[in-house]
Design a protein around this ligand. Sequence first.
Ligand code: PHE
Length: 377
Amino acid sequence: MKIKEMLLLAAAGLGLIGCGKPGGDANTLLIGEYVSLSGNTATFGQSMRNAIDIAVDEVNGGGGLLGCQIKLIVEDDQSKPEQAVTAVLKLIQRDRVTAILGEVTSSCSIAAAPICQQNRIPMVSPSSTSPELTRKGDYIFRTCFIDPFQGAAMARFASQSLKAKTAAVFTDRKQDYSVGLAQFFKQTFQETGGKIVADEAYQSDDSEFRPQLTAIRAAKPEVIFVPGYYTQCVLIAKQARELGLTQPFLGGDGWDSDVTLKSGGKAVEPCYFSNHYSPEDPRPEVQAFVEKYRKRFGVTPDALAVTGYDGAHVLFDAIRRANSTDGAAIRDALAQTRDFKGVSSRITIDANRNASKELVVLKIEDGKFKFVESVKP
Ligand code: PHE
């Protein structure tokens, strides 16, 4: 071996150049991804994975990252927090990834984040909105807004745009996301002079919601806030309509799935929910992404796709600026993300490792998600 080659190898071993991680070889940089490809929130993970595949192909096609090709290692956590923990342990211990993307849902992200933190592996969740997540430590980031903003925006929408004076809230008590969002909604709704006339709960795997819906019916709310995920939201909507409840539903980003439209049909109309993006947004970067995604996957991207794509590019950009695969260096670069040009919006990571971004309110009408308004932070 020539001296120059030996020096290069030694430098690579120290993580100074090249991909520098024992898990990869000199030409590959390993990135872990844990997502729900099956289970109650399967469409979330599928969209996120599709979009991250696009982001990786773009970077690899453009010459890669730190002179290496990115290799994604994807683990399905079946929409379960315990499995999310197992998935992240595998990615860190078996594969020795440089950084981790995921999860979509807050409960899965919150369960796995402490493992990333302990191992000093930077984690970026593109779409988990519970404020709790980034409190897990300084290696834990997100590139989306948080639930206090989302909950307050929907409460104001209910009182100002829908002129509702009374609301019912129906929470999934097993999901950190749902519990938090319900609380933030209630707080702002009451501050604006509204009254919560029914406050009911269920658990993620339930399929029988009639007893709680009957109690909600008796309270005669003007709107029903359901901060859940689409699998249960659809069932809740159907059973509510059967029981004669005709009120509009309100919700958060958890309603965003093709399944909501396809299996919800007329029962989910009308519903107003907050989300991270609208495909109707005329900005050229949005339209270019919509076209790219449709071409490859044959469907219009949902918010999981757009946030997944942005989250992946924010991470890759940080690794590029860190110019290293060292966890602490990537963490510092992520923390310094300012005005990154994402598809969903410009992304700046704040002191609490969250992103403050605009949200959109969408309405389910005529079998479609229609843009209603956007709300600035
Ligand atoms: N914000 C949700 C959560 O934290 C996940 C989600 C994001 C769902 C975007 C749909 C769209 O659990």
